[in-house]
Design a protein around this ligand. Structure first.
Ligand code: SAM
Length: 318
């Protein structure tokens, strides 16, 4: 294979100084300067030799360099802040055609069109040689993962290529929620929504001192591999509604959350859910297993199919 290592380059610290790239606190920008650490982060994605990668929010390009040095054949980076474009362009020249720089917002970026269609794999096959990697601000990464989980459940967006793997950073507490097992105090809507669709791995926590400037919160690296079969095989929005309702009353019995799915005058429908699923209505939400959420979602879905208008019911409007 051709030598895919980058030629010697100025350090990221020098790049920041040369290009005057002060981190904008208002935009929650925190940069990683230590290439040993960015190498360690990128290794969590698995083997990248020969792979295609989309990096979101490259900033001054620390993670970008590690992706290139680990042998990705093509890397497309999507960066919103135009101040980073000249330094990324310099990196692109050093990477000899492997790096494509896009000035844009990842929330509006159309990934389907940016990568070759021959990357596509059938959903049941091994994941494609296409990865998403990014250290984004948390106010972007948390809504983005929900959006990508929905795309994953529809095999759309980045998942038209098959079971695309993602390596993303989150505030430590969010990472803990993403991986929280049953009975864990962090178990929440995010745990169920992520784990019913993916194998989720909390790789490690990055020490705050590794960032410039140091963020106010701890940062964790999380890896997602989409499952061949979702553990709850129903439309994303329906599952999310049930799970959100149950965890909305996280300190109450799970009956309270299920009740909120139905009009006040129909307590019989809540009874029906617990009779059909054989789940004790006095259990706390965080003790419910994935299989039990699956049963509750199916019981709710059956009621929605039978009674028009139930699925649209929103207890907050009544
Ligand atoms: N990845 C770099 C690193 O680890 O040093 C920079 C991390 S900084 C926390 C987040 C980066 O994401 C910034 O460069 C910021 O401009 C970029 N960004 C923020 N929102 C974005 C969006 N919606 N689309 C693309 N890039 C975004």
């Amino acid at each position: 294979m051709a030598n895919l290592r980058l030629p010697p380059l100025p350090t990221i610290r020098d790049i920041i100084r040369l290009y005057g790239l002060r981190a904008e606190r208002q935009l929650s920008q925190n940069f990683l300067l230590d290439l040993k650490l960015t190498d360690k982060i990128v290794r969590q994605a698995g083997k990248l030799a020969g792979a295609h990668v989309c990096e979101v929010g490259p900033g001054p390009g620390g993670i970008t360099r590690s992706i290139l040095n680990q042998g990705a054949v093509s890397l497309t980076v999507v960066e919103k802040d135009r101040r980073f474009l000249p330094s990324l362009q310099m990196l692109s020249e050093a990477a000899e055609e492997r790096l494509k720089v896009i000035h844009g917002d990842i929330l509006k970026f159309n990934m389907e069109e940016a990568f070759p269609t021959d990357l596509k794999r059938d959903w049941q096959e091994d994941p494609p040689g296409f990865h998403i990697i990014g250290n984004l601000p948390f106010n972007v990464s948390t809504p983005l993962i929900i959006r990508w989980l929905e795309a994953l459940s529809n095999h759309s967006g980045p998942f038209i290529f098959g079971r695309t793997r993602m390596l993303l950073t989150f505030q430590k507490e969010v990472a803990e929620r993403l991986v929280a097992p049953v009975k864990d105090p962090q178990r929440s809507r995010l745990s169920i929504m992520a784990q019913h669709l993916c194998e989720v791995k909390h790789c490690f926590t990055i020490p705050g001192a590794a960032f410039v400037p140091k963020p106010d919160v701890d940062v964790s690296v999380v890896h997602f591999t989409p499952l061949k079969e979702p553990l709850i095989d129903l439309p994303f929005k329906l599952v999310e509604k049930v799970v959100r309702s149950v965890f909305h009353f996280r300190r109450k019995y799970c009956r309270r959350g299920v009740e909120s799915l139905f009009p006040l005058e129909r307590p019989d429908l809540t009874d029906e859910v617990f009779q059909k699923t054989d789940i004790d209505p006095m259990r706390r939400p965080m003790t419910l297993t994935m299989e039990e959420f699956n049963l509750i979602c199916h019981a709710y879905n059956n009621i929605c199919l039978r009674i028009p208008g139930i699925q649209e019911y929103n207890y907050r409007l009544h």
